[in-house]
Write a protein that binds this ligand. Structure first.
Ligand code: HPA
Length: 278
């Protein structure tokens, strides 16, 4: 057994014991400033990352570092309050271990969220964007190394990673509710620096609508395991050089907090859509 497989098995076994009868169906990764969603789950079980054998620990402000399981909008969810980033020094195989564990726990749908910089000039700070596709510009891939054949093939297609039917349902429901959801392509830079204006010009030129430092590795691993994916970016700022402003993490958290209400409604709509289909 590879070391990674061993860690996945250890974390999974521990969580199965902790969760007992609560069988999560949907995984939720909550980005910077968006963690509050998991505070209002029913029948909540909280498991700090530090407690889970084989897991990793979060190091970034705004990321609580715990799993929260519970029920909401007709579904049982397992939420990550705080995720792991490539720029923290972990490998991409490591930061995506929680997605492998979710798959092992029987989760077949991943709702993944992040704070992102807006690259599309039609966007504004505080917008929410449903991800249609991504550009992996991180310079790495979480599937490098020995393939985990039990999860998926060596060369998985990335053609239809972001589930079109789930996305369309959420967009339609949001529109009916008067919520202006954007759609677009998310491009991952490794970070931890914010981008230069020249990099943002490049990003726009090659077709990105938003940029960030996460999400793509987790989505690749979810797709490898044939999970359904819905991605939501909170545009916390316009990207470097688009406005005359200085980017900082405090602003990212502050704006994410400001759109919290709308963000929660959109995630609820996604869960309700999934619940209705079952
Ligand atoms: N760039 C990269 N990551 C980000 C940004 C940004 O402008 N805003 C929030 N996360």
């Amino acid at each position: 057994m590879t070391d990674l497989n061993k860690r996945i098995a250890e974390s999974t076994a521990y969580l199965q014991t902790k969760l007992g009868d609560l069988k999560p169906q949907v995984g939720l990764i909550l980005g910077s400033g968006l963690g509050a969603y998991a505070d209002d789950l029913a029948d909540k079980i909280i498991i700090p990352y530090t407690e889970i054998p084989g897991f990793l620990t979060a190091t970034v402000a705004g990321h609580a570092g715990q799993l929260v399981a519970g029920r909401r909008a007709g579904m049982t969810v397992l939420a990550m309050q705080g995720r792991f980033h490539y720029y923290e020094g972990y490998t991409q195989a490591e930061i995506t271990l929680p997605v492998r564990v979710m798959k092992r726990l029987g989760i077949d749908t991943l709702i993944i969220t992040n704070a992102a910089g807006g690259v599309n000039a039609d966007f504004a700070e505080g917008a929410l964007m449903v991800i249609t596709d991504h550009i992996n510009f991180s310079g790495q891939n979480p599937l490098m190394g020995k393939n985990l054949d039990d999860f998926g093939p060596r060369f998985p297609a990335m053609t239809k990673v972001y589930d079109a039917s789930l996305r369309q349902s959420v967009l339609a429901r949001a529109e009916a509710d008067g919520i202006d959801l954007k759609q677009g392509v998310y491009m991952m830079f490794s970070g931890p620096t914010y981008e230069t204006p020249a990099e943002i010009h490049f990003a726009r030129t090659i077709g990105a609508d938003a940029v960030g430092m996460s999400t793509v590795p987790e989505v690749i691993v979810a797709a490898h395991g044939d999970m359904r994916v819905l991605g939501i970016s909170c545009i916390t700022n316009m990207a470097a050089g688009m406005l005359d402003e200085h980017l900082n993490h405090a602003e990212v958290e502050e704006v994410a907090g400001r759109v919290r209400g709308t963000f929660i409604r959109v995630v609820d709509m996604a869960l309700e859509t999934i619940a209705k289909e079952r």
